[in-house]
Design a binder for this molecule. Structure first.
Ligand SMILES: Nc1nc2c(ncn2[C@@H]2O[C@H](COP(=O)(O)OP(=O)(O)OP(=O)(O)O)[C@@H](O)[C@H]2O)c(=O)[nH]1
Ligand SMILES: [Mg+2]
Length: 635
């Protein structure tokens, strides 16, 4: 059991060609479960059945052939590993044979078998003819050279040969990567009495365990897995390639719609906009820029507006182009997902494609600059893709953000990032979460920091440097992690020094010119001489050998050095004058007591009333005096 391989097999083909009968003949289960299906003798919605063949477990998804139910067919075909293209030997190739086959090709299904059903109704000559037609039909496709097996659900002819081929193909299918994150597109949701809500779907990747918490995308709801079933059996863990029924706690089944996706909580991000490569079928009408189409992916169906990228006005039959698709609702899709588009009206399959970017900027049709990036997303290795993403995001990307943009499992992200780091094209710039940025971005940030620091020095020659805060503000678009890394680089390279919050160019002390130094000394001595009789700065200015702007800066330096003290907006004293004042008041208190009327203060100090009040308020703030009514009390 442990070695069993799970595989999903889908039927495809024209109405009444015997798809459901074949599934029933192979499995014993009638996939047509609806009363209406039984009454009308046609399949309307998806049907399911299971078959164990040795160590291969097959989950069958039986689809309707009726052209009106292609949308249901599309909801089922999304998760299949191999297709049984059913062609009735008495009718050969019909319209939905073609349409279903086109859909399989557009979805990138790479394995399959052709079953020539109802072989009991035709003689060997006709069978031979149909076989030739089919060989011609599949020529050049993934089914070229695939087994073409005549079968009859009525007589049982060919069923063993079909099973043998199914096993052989299943065994040759590549094993699913267990590291992948789980995704289960929901194709049905219902309630079972006593159990609550149950959803079913094909687990297209990863694994799900009982008791695990999952998110129902795009609703954002977090739900607990109460139980799991596959093929009618209770299981503890479902893995990729299994038809899976999930019993969910905490939700009414009516809230869950076909096309929603169960996945890991918080890992992905639904989107309303994707960049894609879109390919038109050979017979399709041209697809115009801004056309509306039906978009099918996984089990989901949405209306999309097509914005062709690169200034083209339409895509012709058989051609392909880059496009942005915009939805009115959000959907969970990931890069690499295949999709189908159907004409808006009349509804018919016109093409399909592959999702490239799930978080693109809004594109303008004329914009060509994104094309090289889309080409890398389309064909590049994981490292090339990550590198291109980092280039476009100079602030760096955290592993969580990379996961949202790529859907890659964490191990693959780490691996790609490590390769870029080794190749010296990226750097880790933060740890929580691990965040990577391109080396170019860090270097460009460093260059910008140096420029900004130097510009600051030029504009503020007398200030020691720019604060970190201001520096970050001027390089905001770089992001904090890249900023810190670049600043660290500059410090290590001794290009800047960081003292507390101040960043300055290395080797740049506050060097004053001779005139500036002279002027500074002069300002200081003028204030010192004046004591409490504050000099007018204008008067001082006249004596200085520097212009007023410089003088103002020198004043700022003296204030910062605390040589001068600003008591009020226009009132500056030399520090020594204030120290003498405090001594004077202490002496007064000793001789005359603590009470200090304002006129006494004026007499003592010789300052005018205009200066006395702000000076006393300064002393109050300094807790030298305290105001009590009209008096001051010396503390
Ligand atoms: N003689 C003969 N009749 C068959 C065979 N297989 C199916 N039929 C008949 O063909 C009719 C259609 O069969 P289904 O299995 O319902 O066909 P289908 O492809 O599932 O049809 P849709 O799901 O509606 O597209 C039924 O009446 C079947 O009994 C066969 O091998 N031999
Ligand atoms: Mg059927």
């Amino acid at each position: 059991m442990a070695t069993s391989k799970n595989i999903i097999v889908g039927t495809a083909g024209h109405i009444d060609h015997g798809k459901s009968s074949l599934v029933k003949a192979l499995t014993g289960t009638d996939p047509d479960r609806l009363a209406e299906e039984k009454r009308r003798g046609i399949t309307i919605d998806l049907g399911f059945a299971f078959l164990d063949l040795g160590d291969v477990r097959i989950g069958f998804v039986d689809v309707p052939g009726h052209e009106r139910f292609v949308r249901n067919m599309l909801a089922g075909v999304g998760g299949i590993d191999l297709v049984v293209l059913v062609i009735a030997a008495d009718e050969s190739i019909k319209p939905q044979t073609r349409e279903h086959f086109d859909i399989c090709r557009l979805l990138g299904i790479s394995r399959g078998i052709v079953a020539l059903t109802k072989s009991d109704l035709v003689d060997p000559d006709v069978l031979g003819l149909v076989r030739l037609e089919v060989e011609d039909f599949v020529h050049g496709s993934f089914l070229q050279g695939a087994p073409i097996i005549p079968v009859s659900a009525r007589t049982g002819a060919g069923l063993e040969a079909l099973k043998e081929n199914l096993v052989r193909l299943a065994q040759s299918a590549p094993a699913k990567d267990p590291q992948e994150l789980p995704r289960l597109p929901v194709d049905r949701s219902f309630a079972i009495k006593g159990f609550g809500s149950v959803v079913t779907g094909t687990l297209i990747s990863g694994a799900i365990q009982v008791e695990e918490e999952l998110e129902l995308y795009p609703t954002g709801k977090r739900l607990r897995v109460r139980g799991l079933h596959s093929g009618g059996k209770q299981i503890g863990r479902a893995s990729a390639g299994q038809r899976t029924a999930v019993n969910l706690a905490g939700i009414d089944h009516g809230e869950i719609k076909r096309g929603m996706v169960l996945g890991p909580p918080g890992a992905f991000e639904p989107t309303t906009r994707i960049d894609v490569r879109i390919t038109l079928l050979a017979g399709a009408k041209p697809l115009k820029d801004r056309a509306r189409v039906h978009f099918h992916q996984g089990a989901a169906e949405l209306i999309a507006e097509v914005i062709l990228i690169g200034g083209i006005t339409n895509v012709s039959a058989g051609d392909s182009a880059f496009a942005q698709l915009r939805f009115e609702e959000s959907i969970l899709v990931l890069p690499g997902d295949r999709f189908i588009v159907r004409q808006f009206s009349p509804v018919e399959t016109i093409g399909g494609g592959i999702v490239l970017d799930v978080q693109p900027a809004r594109r303008k049709s004329k914009d060509q600059t994104v094309i090289p990036f889309l080409k890398i997303l389309e064909n590049g290795s994981a490292e090339a893709i990550l590198s291109a993403m980092l280039e476009r995001n100079p602030a760096g990307l955290g592993t969580n953000e990379i996961l949202r943009r790529t859907g890659w499992p964490p191990s693959q992200i780490q691996d790609a990032a490590a390769k870029l780091v080794t190749a010296k094209s990226a750097r880790q710039v933060a740890n929580q979460p691990p965040t990577f940025a391109s080396v170019t971005a860090v270097n460009e940030c460093a260059a910008k920091l140096i420029r900004t620091v130097e510009d600051f020095h030029r504009a503020n020659p007398l200030l020691p440097g720019i604060t970190k805060q201001d520096l970050l503000g001027k390089t905001k678009e770089m992001g904090t992690a890249v900023f810190e890394t670049a600043l660290d680089d500059l410090m290590k390279a001794r290009k800047v020094t960081v003292t507390g919050e101040i960043v300055q160019s290395a080797g740049r002390e506050l060097v004053l010119t001779g005139d500036e130094a002279k002027a500074k000394a002069l300002i200081e001595s003028e204030f010192e001489k004046a004591g409490l009789t504050v000099p007018g700065f204008a008067a001082i200015l006249e004596k200085l050998p520097v212009d007023s702007k410089r003088a103002e800066k020198l004043l700022q330096i003296l204030l910062r050095e605390k040589v001068l003290v600003k008591v009020a907006a226009d009132l500056i004293f030399h520090g020594s004058a204030l120290i003498r004042l405090k001594e004077m008041l202490a002496n007064y208190k000793k001789r005359q007591g603590e009470q200090l009327p304002i006129n006494v203060f004026k007499e003592l100090t010789g300052v005018s009333r205009k200066y006395a009040i702000p000076l006393l308020e300064h002393l109050d703030r300094e807790r030298v005096t305290r105001r009590v009514g009209d008096l001051r009390v010396i503390i």
